[in-house]
Design a binder for this molecule. Structure first.
Ligand code: NAD
Length: 285
């Protein structure tokens, strides 16, 4: 399939990432169908998109007209059958292999055999996700970064059976959304999370082991290494549950050097998931 043949983009999952992906695709002019499990979660996705577009309008990054046109191009649904018309689908559901495989099984059944199916997984095997579909050559990883409307990078993950045409389309699609891409092989954590997750976990361990106060750990890393956010603040942005899921996959696949920090597990068990629950390592209003 050529990029010119892509009119409708399906987004499965309307959380932190799905809502951002729906927003950037609609802003680039695609018709978008965004699906979550129930109407409340779909509405929450639309709230995120509304707030994010408002911020971009305030910063004059998009005009009011462009923002409302983008909003109009997104249709919310709770029915996966509405993905039938999508030419390209981005799956952004919970980081869990069973859930992702069941979504891909359904997509493979309902979408046209031409439809390109992509996963926004942070660490799970694209090849294993693709294995439940009828056309694994049309499946790849399209790993957007958080927050999607702001972050320029998209990691394109090549599964064992990903076809050349699918790969080219993924790069073209990301470029059309104003993003820049790099390619990674389907190995645990790809490039970004393989390196980022141990960094975050080491920051959490430094807090748990009393090396410094949380603000000093973040200040040390921002001022000391010139990154825009320290590990604890970044973990809150990503979502501590997402960090834990990713860390557990890397630990399983790559061994002890990737063990999740104890304090991370305790925070997630307590329901303090970061910005999205208004409490993580920091409190948010
Ligand atoms: P999230 O928890 O904010 O959102 C996930 C959404 O998926 C929820 O709204 C949930 O209800 C929905 N969902 C679950 N099962 C579903 C199904 N069968 N059909 C439709 N919706 C379903 O999580 P997120 O942070 O948006 O992460 C989504 C994916 O993106 C994960 O694979 C994660 O690893 C990846 N990712 C996250 C980040 C990040 O910084 N948060 C960055 C890059 C990639």
């Amino acid at each position: 399939m050529e990029l010119a043949q892509v009119d409708t983009v399906g987004v499965v999952g309307a959380g932190t990432m799905g809502s951002g992906i729906a927003q950037v695709a609609a802003t680039a002019g695609y018709d978008v169908v965004m699906r979550d499990m129930n109407q409340q979660l779909v509405s929450k996705g639309f709230d995120h998109i509304g707030e994010s577009l408002e911020r971009l309008v305030a910063r004059e990054a998009v005009s009011e007209g462009e923002a409302s046109a983008a909003r109009e191009r997104i249709e919310g649904t709770t029915d996966l059958a509405d993905m039938a018309d999508a030419d390209l689908v981005v799956e952004a559901v919970t980081e869990d292999m069973e859930i992702k495989q069941s979504v891909f099984e359904d997509l493979s059944e309902r979408c046209s055999p031409e439809t390109v199916l992509t996963t926004n997984t942070s660490t799970l095997s694209v090849t294993t996700i693709a294995s439940v579909t009828d056309h694994p050559e049309r499946v790849l990883g399209l790993h957007f970064m958080n927050p999607v409307p702001i972050m320029k990078g998209v990691e394109v993950v090549v599964g064992e059976k990903t076809g050349r045409d699918t790969l080219r389309l993924a790069h073209d699609f990301a470029a059309d959304l104003g993003k820049e891409t790099w390619e990674a092989d389907d190995k645990p954590g790809f490039v970004v999370n393989r390196i980022l997750m141990p960094w975050i976990n080491e920051g959490i361990r430094a807090l748990d082991e009393g090396v410094a106060a949380k603000a000093d750990i973040d200040r040390g890393m921002t001022l000391g290494t010139n990154v825009p956010m320290g590990p604890l603040e970044l973990a809150d942005h990503i979502g501590l549950d997402v960090v834990l899921d990713a860390s557990e996959t890397l630990h399983e696949e790559l061994g002890d050097r990737y063990q999740p920090a104890y304090l991370l597990k305790r925070k997630v068990a307590a329901g303090d998931l970061g910005k999205k629950t208004r409490a993580g390592f920091y409190e948010y209003d």
